[in-house]
Structures are given as C-alpha cells and as structure tokens.
Design a protein around this ligand. Structure first.
Ligand code: ADP
Ligand code: MG
Length: 401
C-alpha cells in the first residue's frame, strides 16, 4: 500500500513538473561590487528585472520564471532543481546551464564558494542524488561522474590524469596535458558494450573517463582532479576557465539494469558556460580572436537551440549541429521528459549594465518563446519536434506507463 501511494505521489510530482515545462529560465543577480548608483540591473518582485543603461537610457524590463535577487541564498535556487533529482534515478536527463559575463556568478551558483564553504547547486544536487541512490530501500543504483571541457570547439577530458601525458606535446601550453576527444552520434545503443553507457544518450565521446561515485568523498576527489586539470590548462596569459564550457555529468541507473531492461542511465548535466562578454573580435588577435569567435558562435548556437526547443509546435528544425556543445547535449536538451534550467547571471553594477543587458536579452529571447510554447496544447514530445534523431535516450514517460 505504501509503495502504491509512493508511486502515485511520484506520478503526481512528475505531472506537476511536466506542466511546468521542459525549459525554465531564471535570472540571478549577484551582490554589487560597487556602491549602488543609478543604473544597473535590479530585481522587481520575484519574476521581473529592470535595467537602466548608463547615460539616461530608458528602462528595460525582462521577465523570467523566477528572478533571484542579490539576497537569494543558494538553497533558494536549489529549490527549483530539487524536485527533479528523484527523476534522474528514473531515467530523465536534467541539464543546468549557467550563462553570463565573467564575474557574474556562474561558478558561484553552480559550484559554490570553496573558501566560505558555501555549497552550490551542483553540490546540493549531487549530495541528494547520492543520498537517494544509496540510502533507498529496495533498488540500488550505480552512479558515475564524468567531466569535460570544450575549449575552442575541442573537447578534453577533465578527469584524465593531469600528470600523465603532459609531455605528449599537444600544442604548447594552451593545449595542456590532455588528449582531445570527439563526439560521435550512434544509433546503436549498445556500442562498446560492457562499458558504462554514454551520459549523452545517443551522443558518445569515446575515451571519456567516468568515475564511480558513492560518497561525498569520491565526489570531492573527482572535483579536485577537475580543478587541477582546469588549472593546468590555464596559463598566466590566459585564464582559461572563463573561456571554455565545462560540462560535469552525473549518470545513474539501477544496478543490474544491464541484464534487465538495458536502459540508459538518467543524467544530471551541470554546465558552466564560457563568459558571454563580447570581446571585440576586431581588436583581438591570435589566441584571443579564436577564443572569442568560438565562444560567440557556440553561445549563439545554444540560444538558437533553446529558442527552437521553446517553440513546441513541433515542426521546427532544431539546429543542434551548429556547435560542439549543442551537438553533445542534444539528448539532454531536446528530448521529452528532459528538463533544462538556464540560470542567467547578471551583475547589478552600473559599470556592467551593457553586459547585463546582453545577458538579459539572450535569456529573455529563450524565456519568451518558452512561455509562448507553454500556451500551445502540443508538447515537444511529438516525434516531429524531435527531428530525425534516433530516440534512444531514456524517457520518463515510457517508464511511468
Ligand atoms: P563567473 O563564474 O561568472 O565568472 P564567479 O562565480 O567566479 O563568476 O563570481 C565572481 C565573484 O563574485 C566570486 O568571488 C564569487 O564568490 C562572487 N559571487 C558571485 N555571486 C555571488 C553571490 N550570489 N553571493 C556572494 N558572492 C558571489
Ligand atoms: Mg566561473
């Protein structure tokens, strides 16, 4: 009886999540770094934000699923994500993206502040996922973590050993110690059988390492490795972490699922995007110009994909192929039962008003289309909406029926 009740509660929770839509767009304002003067971004209630550009420009208003002001806590943000964590164990793909200019708080929101010990959404989500996976009565799960960085449209494994391969001599210090990996699309679910299924559904990154994690200490160890790997990749001239996209993926599936259902894992992706600030490409040269071009292009590709997905009419083409990031994440972004959270991070400082404006414009373009899409009766579950991709990723709906 208890079990029946629990599954009914779960079905209801899933329904609520379904009704709230597949893409949700939030905005978070970080605390000011300058004394607040006139101009800059300011929360207006819990769903709107206003912005005045310097020099008496008019006021611009933007609205989102929720706006978190500078006094919002990490827990306040996590409240939005928390209800979906059990779904990851049931096979859904959740993707959390942080967007914004460098210094706007992307890493703070996701990974917290290691100095003050303030956990981020990522830490809270992983802790809950492990708790659910390993303290559950009955079902047992296997959980794995992998991490990669996309820098200049090339993919590197962040869990590879920073000390091995340093002298393999890729291309100078910028391309530091790790091997480049490729994304492949595979229609064959069981390619490379025996190994852990790809956290990217039908998209694979052959050679990407994944670590089994059971306890917070396993995760801590992995995060340290990732931190070291990112540090090695940076040089004095090039603080690379803000110039690359970092994708941390946790995948979970019930132990023994291999013999039973051969069903893919549920996945939580946490994506710390490259800083969105516009480098004036005309003024940059060499490495900087290449970086700026790659970032501009991949962030617009992301915007186009999220925009197209928000339109649930089901007849749009989704341009996943326009960047490595969207190509890699297509099963997590585009499938029915998948949930995408975009956190647009903005600075309240007047000096950052132009960048805040462009971040808010980026996010509100997606949010507006999502809101329009929600008013339509059809959901993106329609086959047409999925385009011609092979339908191999796990679906919440099929498991509940
Ligand atoms: P980004 O990753 O977007 O470049 P960071 O997360 O590194 O930005 O944030 C820049 C600085 O601002 C860091 O020192 C961080 O601790 C601080 N910060 C950002 N958001 C907040 C916040 N909500 N509360 C307190 N400090 C914050
Ligand atoms: Mg950062």
């Amino acid at each position: 009886e208890k079990r029946a009740l629990r599954s009914e509660v779960r079905a209801l929770q899933n329904l609520v999540q379904e009704l709230r839509g597949s893409i949700r767009v939030f905005c978070r304002i970080r605390p000011p770094k300058q004394p607040l003067g006139s101009g800059g971004a300011e929360a207006q209630g819990s769903r709107s934000i206003s912005l005045r550009k310097p020099a008496g420009d008019k006021r611009h208003d933007f609205s989102f699923d929720r706006v978190f002001s500078q006094i919002a806590s990490q827990r306040d943000l996590y409240e939005e994500v928390e209800p979906l964590i059990p779904g990851v164990l049931q096979g859904i793909h959740v993707c959390i993206l942080a967007y914004g200019q460098t210094g706007a708080g992307k890493t703070y929101t996701l990974a917290g502040d290691r100095c003050s010990g303030e956990p981020g959404i990522q830490d809270l989500a992983i802790a809950d996922l492990l708790k659910l996976a390993f303290n559950a009565e009955g079902a047992r799960y296997d959980v794995r973590l992998s991490a990669l960085e996309i820098y200049n449209e090339s993919i590197q494994d962040l869990l590879s050993d920073p000390d091995s391969g340093r002298d393999v001599g890729l291309q100078g210090p910028q391309e530091a110690s790790c091997e480049r990996l490729e994304v492949r699309q595979s229609k064959d679910k069981e390619e490379g059988s025996g190994s852990w299924p790809s956290p990217f559904g039908s998209m694979r990154v052959p050679g990407l390492k994944s670590w089994a994690v059971r306890e917070s200490s396993d995760v801590e160890q992995a995060l340290q490795r990732i931190g070291r790997q990112r540090h090695v990749a940076s040089t004095a001239l090039n603080e690379r972490s803000s110039r690359s996209h970092c994708v941390l993926s946790l995948s979970a599936r019930s132990a023994g699922a291999d013999e039973e259902g051969r069903r893919g894992p549920g996945v939580l992706h946490i994506v710390d995007l490259a800083g969105s600030e516009r480098t004036k490409v005309s003024q940059a040269e060499g490495v900087q110009m290449k970086e700026a071009n790659c970032i501009n292009r991949s962030l617009s590709a992301l915007s186009d994909v999220l925009y197209a997905l928000g339109d649930s009419s089901g007849n749009g083409h989704i341009p996943f192929r326009n960047s490595k990031l969207t190509y890699l994440l297509q099963d997590a972004l585009g499938g029915p039962g998948c949930k995408t959270f975009l956190f647009a991070q903005v600075s309240p400082d007047a000096a950052d008003a132009n960048e805040s404006y462009s971040t808010l414009t980026f996010a509100s373009r997606v949010a507006a289309n999502v809101q329009k899409g929600r008013l339509r009766p059809m959901s993106r579950g329609s086959p047409a909406a999925r385009g011609d991709r092979p339908d191999t990723s796990p679906r919440l709906r099929s498991q509940d029926s």
